[in-house]
Design a protein around this ligand. Structure first.
Ligand SMILES: C[S@@+](CC[C@H](N)C(=O)[O-])C[C@H]1O[C@@H](n2cnc3c(N)ncnc32)[C@H](O)[C@@H]1O
Length: 233
């Protein structure tokens, strides 16, 4: 789906090209539709998996909220929103922020990862998986209106329309816990069993709860931002 006719035409041409060089691709299964991400022409709770790449970072706060609400609306319960976008942990000055051209190039609309995650949990997604995080671009002082070089990364994120847990969303950022005590396993009594020297992927909530136990026989890793399933919740 795209709101711009020229982009839909370019996509149609690229699909034909892709079909020629990929024997497995059958474009009969693909429908291109004109539509606005802020007002999706799609029924409620009708989609298994939605995806977007490098669009939502272009949106400012209120538009981003609306676009995510739309995605949440059209997904079935348990449906997944898979996205990739640039993120940036440094302050982006107003001149960069308000430069429409740089926003459209997926550069100066980038926000910090935690803000990106919060935007997803605020609309109701109960599980968030950070699947990849990679270096992306530098906005340097020679070529951009900035007094310091700005490092931009890109992330792949999956937001699942699970019910929101009472204590907040489960956010998997690639942390793992390893129990290395005397027993064969450790059970926290809250549904998490750590078998001796077997890493268990844990969400950030579980990581915090385990850390608060102050045990000397449980190691909790830093976030790798490469979560690939099998988590605690
Ligand atoms: C930076 S491009 C990314 C396109 C594509 N994902 C790719 O990687 O090539 C952003 C795309 O979003 C489209 N777009 C912008 N605003 C939109 C909106 N409100 N609804 C739907 N599409 C929109 C633009 O026309 C453009 O094709």
């Amino acid at each position: 789906m795209d709101v711009v006719d020229e982009m839909l035409e370019a996509c149609a041409q690229n699909l034909q090209e892709a079909q020629k060089i990929n024997p497995w691709l059958n474009t009969n299964f693909v429908e291109l539709r004109k539509g606005d991400a802020l007002n999706l022409p799609v029924q409620d709770a009708s989609v298994d998996v939605a995806a977007q790449n490098c669009l939502f970072n272009i949106f400012k706060t209120e538009e981003l909220k609306k676009a995510l609400q739309e995605m949440y609306r059209v997904l079935k319960p348990g449906g997944r929103l898979v996205m990739s976008d640039p993120i940036c942990e440094q302050e982006m000055n107003e001149e960069l922020r308000n430069n429409d051209h740089l926003r459209a190039l997926c550069l100066s609309g980038s926000i910090p990862l935690n803000d990106y995650i919060k935007a997803l949990t605020d609309v109701g997604f109960g599980t968030i998986e950070i699947r990849a995080r990679r270096p992306y671009r530098i906005l340097d002082t020679e070529n951009y209106p900035t007094s310091e070089n700005i490092f931009i990364e890109s992330v792949e994120v999956c937001a699942i329309k699970d019910p929101m847990p009472a204590d907040g969303a489960c956010v998997f950022t690639g942390k793992a816990a390893i129990f290395y005590g005397k027993d064969d396993f450790f059970d926290d009594g809250k549904g998490h069993t750590l078998f001796k020297n077997q890493p268990l992927a844990i969400c950030d909530k579980t990581a915090l709860a385990l850390a608060k136990l102050n045990r000397t026989d449980i190691f909790i890793s830093e976030s790798t931002f490469h979560y690939n399933g099998g988590g605690c919740c």
